[in-house]
Write a protein that binds this ligand. Sequence first.
Ligand SMILES: Nc1ncnc2c1ncn2[C@@H]1O[C@H](COP(=O)(O)OP(=O)(O)O)[C@@H](O)[C@H]1O
Ligand SMILES: [Mg+2]
Length: 767
Amino acid sequence: MSKASKENPYLAHLPADQRYTGSSTPPTVKEPLYGFLPRRVKGEQVRPVLEGDVNPFTKKQHSNAYKKILEARKMLPVYAQMDDFYKMFTENQAIVMVGETGSGKTTQIPQFVAYSDLPHTKGKMIACTQPRRVAAMSVAKRVADEMDVQLGKHVGYSIRFEDMTEPGTTFLKYMTDGMLLREAMNDPLLERYSTIILDEAHERTLATDILMGLLKGVVKKRSDLKLIVMSATLDAVKFQKYFGNVSSSGNSGPAPLFKVPGRTHPVEVFYTQEPEPDYVEAAIRTVLMIHRAEDPGDVLVFLTGEEEIEDSCRKIKLEADDLINQDPDSVGPLVCIPLYSSLPPQQQQRIFDPPPSARSESGPPGRKVIVSTNIAETSLTIDGIVYVVDPGFSKQKVYNPRIRVESLLVSPISKASAQQRAGRAGRTRPGKCFRLYTEKDFMTELEEQTHPEILRSNLANTVLELVKLGIKDLVHFDYVDAPAPETLMRALELLNYLAALDDSGELTELGRIMAEFPLDPQMAKMLIVSPEFKCSNEILTIVAMLSVPNVFIRPNNQRKEADAAKAMLSVPDGDHLTLLNVYNSYKQNMHDKNWAWSNYLSARALAQADNVRLQLERIMERFGIELSTTEDERKFYENVRKTLVCGFFMQVAHKEGEKGSYLTVKDNQVVALHPSCGLETQPEWVLFNEFALTTRPYLRTVTDVKPEWHVLLEYAADYYDLKTFPDGETKRALTRVQNKRLGKIVRADEPRNGTDERSKKKRKKNN
Ligand SMILES: Nc1ncnc2c1ncn2[C@@H]1O[C@H](COP(=O)(O)OP(=O)(O)O)[C@@H](O)[C@H]1O
Ligand SMILES: [Mg+2]
């Protein structure tokens, strides 16, 4: 019998060495990862597997799409450094890595690690953290495609309220840094991971900073855990020093640096001669100038937020269409694509579409314009960008511990940011960056680096997580940069007022449960006490609605209609109640697909709220927190408002004078109700969800509350101890309520036939 006859014709699609099915010799279907020793793997072993026909993780044939993407991956700078990477990874426990944006760090390195760790054979995972949800989702999708697996199976992602992984199958998990921090609370040594990659470390987000501190300790305790800290800027020395001497093997000196040489092209930078009075308008004008006058190549514009971005996209599109109509022979087609974090994933994916093609063979080529928030600065790499328009602003968090206000403010970016932005133009070929500020401002006004988030955040959540993690000495925790003592104090104070921490800073039973909710402590507190007021179903809905993007849509050209639709759903006593009402109406109208749209509501945000609600409900069930609704209809809204006070008693304001201005309790900030607020009157006391600094300080999402309910004075007695109040109208008003209450208590103690004239009068007046 000839050898050929033993070949199974049904296996003709397999490589020759796998076709053989003769019975005299056993089948030799080669395991692709045969001979791979965990953590001793070399590039020369991995490359043939990548080129091979069989996917080592699914054992299926590689698709054509896989092969096509592989060709592109092989062009990335990190691919050329695979051998060096494996050498360093094998020899070290902690590595710091820097490389230009777009060099392939985020997509390739976790895959390299997978071939060395072989986590799927050990029931472990590789985590790669991202500061942004969008990036975690988008990159996970891309890597799933690159590995030829279904997203959510071998490769998945995990972000707050959305877990796209399959336990037991997923071995490469992209996740937000905040999610990994939460996991650490219940698994302090992060046992389920073999390697943890902290990506975008240069962003210095709060969660990444805390994770660096935690992991420094974990690496010492777990010799089997590897850590890679990846950053886009050359500020790596700080991380190298920080992670020096940490490895359990006793290596001395700073952590080794793995440098991915960039492959960037020169970028010519232009400044404006004079400061621009309106950066949005200037950005639009610049895009149109580029479209008219510059060579082919896509444009990336940095703006600060959803509304600004959507608005600009519309204007650019309109004006570009005008240009084409005027001069069809010299101006090509233009598509304008928005990019911001609350955009649905399919729409985010559009940034990777090719630019539109020319209308005719000889016509001018099309151009893609992406208008994005900071996401496109380093988190997502978009190929084909040749022009960058940088107005010099981004939305940044600021926290003022003195008045306990955290806000997102449109603020000037740093020089480091400006350089990153410019770099986006040189990925494919030499590019241009148009800075919409003067060179002098760049030199003298911009800070060198953006301040780490830990220095400008409210730390209440973080402190609760750290205490839950068993870290008692918050002052001496090994921070990369230590937060201001006043900020730590404020956080401890808030948690103490909420009774999550006792007076000696120990976690209380209540605090333990609060920490389990992926929510701000005030919201967690509200959920936990809500059964006492028989409204946990309602509070659950409100918390879910407050945890998703704004559900109200207000298109620029249909503001009146949108406001009218909102008014129909508004509850006069408070915006929180309106949110509850919107959700309930949504559930009642689920059968009607157009309901959300015709009421100017975001169907996506509502669906998200529904999902968040379900997940929070599960946590409540886990802790035996009863789900209840009052049967007394008259009490329905009032109970909800009382419960709101139990969580947010520190966010109350008192009306001062008749002009509609309010003063925040204790912190004495003069504020006004935001125009979006749906209250019918201007009540004496309001509770607010958000203190927004825009053109002036505003309170957003506001509900009418009454100290006469005594929830303030009973549930928040410490905070509302009048001795601790500054003198003023607020204190006088509260004193009146207090006295009335004490009067009532005293009266109740008096004999029935008491003849106290004063109290009689008072009673009369009250009637
Ligand atoms: N969703 C995607 N679609 C198409 N290409 C992508 C996608 N994500 C990443 N890429 C490609 O992968 C390259 C490397 O990206 P990435 O690994 O994120 O780089 P880095 O982390 O070093 O900035 C990008 O330049 C781009 O070509
Ligand atoms: Mg990256």
